[in-house]
Design a binder for this molecule. Structure first.
Ligand SMILES: C[S@@+](CC[C@H](N)C(=O)[O-])C[C@H]1O[C@@H](n2cnc3c(N)ncnc32)[C@H](O)[C@@H]1O
Length: 367
């Protein structure tokens, strides 16, 4: 069913028809109206396979999965082909060409567990309820969060990607304030601050409906923020979550020297669920995933940082602040642990570490 314009690619074990020029084009001169496909997001989609497999394995009901902004449909098609257990898949994109392409993909493989929609995602979320909702927009997911927290069943998972990192990381603070109602922080910890601002918005949106959140797995790259959050019904769950949604002075965040502003409001609770990350590590070896080495590294780092406090230091930034050449990270970790402090690495940067040690103690071991 390929034409001159389309070709099959393979992610995981799933063959998907995509538009040929989406494999190579980068520049604005390329045609923009063909369904989007970005090969560099394969790890992001591989992780969706793991999280949803874990979710199906641990659910006691048939799980309703939604790929809400599907483009070529690759994420939902992969759900249908690669996941096992009791589930069905809904795929949605409002675009005509996307719909045609997804239709072709469904027919080629005779998938019987997929329902295809062509709706505004907010409309679909207002009409139907799901257990797992994926929101993968161009830019910010914020326009879909209210409808998503209303649609999701109790204990369901909302996953979303935000590619507006310049807003969330404080390059454009006014945009961040407008979109997320929060003040960002531009500096070494900006990616984690951005992630926590996004989590804070999910918390606030859920709390309006007496629902709380439990972040399961959250990470950032240079190009996007990504989070998986479980939604829990009840006023107590909402109140407990809202207690972790606060504004803080910039001076409370490591390496924000000289900045006197307030940051947030943002989520100050845990951002990783250790037991789930351990379960995902077992699933990595069961599934066929092309990004397995990178994924494994990421899952190990996220598991480690699950025990750490919010935010982090970096040896490079401490080095410029203290005007000393940086010791190896292992040296700092070992000396702080010997003194009884919590120390973990962070996925945000290879020179970063999280610790509950006060700055004076960190300075002491920094030589
Ligand atoms: C970044 S692409 C999705 C990429 C896809 N999830 C993947 O993994 O390749 C965003 C898609 O959202 C669709 N879209 C944007 N706004 C929408 C809306 N309000 N309702 C439904 N689809 C929408 C666009 O047509 C586009 O195909």
């Amino acid at each position: 069913m390929t034409s001159a314009a389309t070709t099959f690619i393979k992610e995981g074990t799933t063959e998907v028809l995509v538009h040929r020029n989406k494999l190579t084009n980068k520049g604005p001169s390329s045609r923009q109206h063909e369904p989007f496909y970005n090969p560099s997001m394969e790890l992001n989609r591989d992780l969706s396979i793991l999280v949803n497999q874990w979710f199906i394995n641990t659910s006691k009901k048939q799980v309703q999965l939604l790929d809400g902004l599907a483009a070529s449909g690759i994420r939902g098609l992969r759900y249908a082909h690669e996941l096992t257990g009791e589930f069905n898949v809904s795929i949605n994109d409002w675009d005509d060409e996307s719909n045609t392409l997804i239709q072709q993909n469904i027919q080629t493989h005779s998938y019987s567990n997929i329902t295809l929609f062509q709706k505004d995602l907010n409309m679909l979320l207002s009409e139907r309820r799901f257990d797992s909702i994926d929101i993968d927009p161009f830019g910010s997911p914020v326009y879909f969060l209210d409808a998503a927290v209303r649609s999701i069943y109790n204990h369901g998972i909302i996953a979303c990607t935000a590619t507006d990192t310049a807003a969330l990381c404080g390059v454009f603070p006014k945009v961040c304030y407008r979109r997320y109602g929060a003040l960002p922080l531009h500096g070494p910890t900006m990616h984690e601050v951005g992630l926590r601002i996004l989590l804070g918005v999910v918390c606030r949106e859920a709390a309006k409906y007496d629902r709380g959140i439990e972040p399961l797995l959250c990470y950032t790259t240079d190009h996007y923020h990504r989070l998986y959050v479980q939604i829990k019904n009840g006023k107590n769950a909402a109140n407990t979550s809202m207690a972790r949604y606060q504004s803080i002075p910039a001076t409370d965040i490591p390496l924000s020297q000289g900045q006197t502003t307030t940051v947030g409001p943002l989520w100050l609770g845990n951002i990783q669920k250790k037991s789930m990350l351990q379960a995902l590590q077992s699933l990595v070896s069961v599934k066929t995933l092309h990004s397995r080495p990178e994924l494994w590294k990421l899952l190990c780092l996220l598991e480690e940082e699950a025990d750490g406090p919010p935010f982090f230091y970096t040896t490079n930034d401490l080095s410029s602040m203290l005007k000393q050449s940086p010791p190896p990270l292992e040296h700092i970790v070992e000396r702080l642990r010997t003194k009884g402090y919590i120390v973990t690495r962070t996925h945000c940067t290879s020179t970063g570490f999280k610790t509950n040690a006060p700055l004076d103690v960190i300075k002491e071991v920094f030589n």
